[in-house]
Design a protein around this ligand. Structure first.
Ligand code: SAH
Ligand code: SF4
Length: 473
């Protein structure tokens, strides 16, 4: 039976003590650590905590694997392609270890929660010293110290395979090394209860549990006070935020409370399951001062039959109704989506249903994937007679439609002026800066690097499929 469990202050303090012990062990010379992240924003957020721990343990961070004394790979299990890439890169670390036998290789993230992958790493990836799961990020120092002590005692061949399914954990007050100074992730919940039939997330990330609103709001305040200008609330399905808490706060309530914090910043969130996106949410977004008028609302398929097989709990009509309602509240809404092509049993008719819905809704951007069977999910056991080559033809057709529509949508920005947030340098000329509109569209422009972190008025001069180009107005 699933139990929500908040990590106690004592447990957290114990981790701080493990950090001090590790610091002592590596004090003789500078030690460097690299954290390599795959997959979604939730993983990026977890990697910020891993970096926070590593810094607290006395490591300096590096991007250079050749220099690293510790490499932590934060893995993704959503599609097989990512898994193969991760394992290839982990295997390649054997070269680094041959040069530096002291190198500690840690593998964390969603892949480690799959028994088959854990076995594979155990048997075939001897380079790995520590395997830990997404539920164990809060106790990384303890696991790292145990790994170091084992190696000390028994040489390089003793490894620690953790990754326990302790799925109800909520941990506050962990250290964090954020990636940038302008944009910040703010994780509001973890796990997923939806069990879409193709998806591995509920199995590897565990049951859905929300952070307490007071903790989320306090973190948002800290971020705004620290000067962050673009805050994204993260969860696998943010619209079911608050379930299981006694505060009686739902996601629109949380959004409104954060929006009430004064300051010049943009508030974003992802991801929204269409079945749980409510009129209340659209109203709060429309009325808010800071909320981006952007919803990422994964459609997955336009066929009612396939949506049912996917266990999505909405149909075409319902999706169209939600999209129309959201646009009614926010006529300038940017609507983006995810679509899976080639779900088991999908036919040409089903695919045409997806295509026609795409033409009807006209998404600003679409992320398209070919179905990837994930071990342990219901869809992996369904008959799947369509060949990969046939699926690729559908995929290419869908991608053409996606590119055409977003190109057309982007073209409509040309000649207009928008207030954008300059969020980074591109390292390219002449468009050396990147920026985002409030709706989240990428804008390239030329300007002084000191503009990073500032809101500027920019006139859009040109457009492409994936980006806009502009000049300071
Ligand atoms: N919680 C989010 C994101 C889940 S994973 C959501 O519900 O939208 C991100 C996307 O990956 C999904 O929206 C889906 O389009 C895609 N995806 C998930 N599992 C997949 C699979 N087995 N094969 C192909 N694409 C998949
Ligand atoms: Fe996966 Fe569905 Fe949960 Fe998204 S809502 S994480 S697709 S199970």
């Amino acid at each position: 039976m699933y139990q929500r469990r908040e990590i106690t202050t004592q447990e957290r303090i114990a981790q701080n003590q493990y950090c001090e012990q590790i610091k002592g062990l590596i004090a003789a010379r500078p030690h460097y650590a690299l954290v390599d992240t795959y997959g979604c924003q939730q993983n990026e957020s977890d990697s910020e905590i891993l970096r926070g721990w590593l810094v607290q343990c006395g490591y300096e961070l590096t991007d250079d694997a050749d220099r690293a004394d510790l490499v932590a790979v934060n893995t993704c299990a959503v599609r097989e392609h990512a898994e193969k890439r991760v394992l290839g890169n982990v295997g390649a670390l054997a070269h680094n270890k041959a040069k530096n036998p002291e190198l500690i290789v840690c593998v964390g993230g969603c892949m480690t929660q799959q028994p088959t992958v854990r076995e594979k790493i155990k048997n075939s990836y001897r380079v790995v010293d520590l395997v830990f799961g997404p539920h164990e990020v809060w106790q990384f120092p303890e696991l790292l110290l145990a790994t170091m002590e084992r190696r000390g005692r028994r040489g390089n061949r003793s490894r620690l395979i953790a990754a326990e399914p302790s799925e109800g954990v909520v941990a506050e007050g962990l250290p964090r090394q954020r990636d940038g100074r302008v944009k910040a992730w703010l994780s509001i919940m973890n796990g997923c209860d939806n069990f879409c039939s193709y998806c591995v997330v509920p199995y590897v990330r565990g049951r859905e549990r929300s952070r307490r609103p007071a903790d989320v709001i306090a973190e948002a305040r800290e971020l705004i006070a620290a000067g962050y200008k673009d805050i994204t609330l993260l969860g696998q399905n943010v619209n079911s935020y608050g379930k299981g808490l006694d505060e009686g706060v739902d996601f629109p309530d949380l959004l409104a409370s954060i929006d009430a914090i004064p300051g010049d910043y943009i508030l974003r969130f992802m991801t929204s399951h269409p079945k749980d996106a409510t009129e209340k949410l659209f109203r709060v977004m429309a009325d808010s001062e800071h909320c981006a008028h952007h919803i990422h609302l994964p459609l997955q398929s336009g066929s009612d039959r396939i949506l049912k097989e996917m266990n999505r709990h909405y149909d075409r009509a319902k999706y169209l109704e939600k999209a129309a309602l959201a646009r009614q509240y926010m006529p300038d809404l940017v609507l983006t989506t995810d679509i899976i092509v080639g779900f088991p049993g999908e036919t040409e008719v089903d695919f045409q249903d997806t295509l026609s819905l795409v033409e009807q809704v006209r998404f600003d951007a679409m992320f398209t994937f070919i179905f990837s069977p994930r071990p342990g999910t219901p869809a992996a056991g369904m008959p799947d007679p369509v060949t990969r080559a046939e699926k690729q033809v559908w995929f290419d057709e869908l991608l053409d439609a996606a590119n055409r529509i977003s190109g057309e949508k982007h073209a409509a920005y040309v000649g207009r002026t928008f207030r954008v947030l300059v969020d980074g340098e591109t390292g390219q000329t002449p468009y050396n800066l990147s920026a985002r509109t409030k709706g989240g569209r990428l804008v390239h422009l030329a300007g002084d690097p000191s503009l990073v972190g500032r809101f500027m008025d920019v006139k859009i001069t040109d457009s492409a499929t994936w980006a806009l180009f502009g000049e300071l107005a």
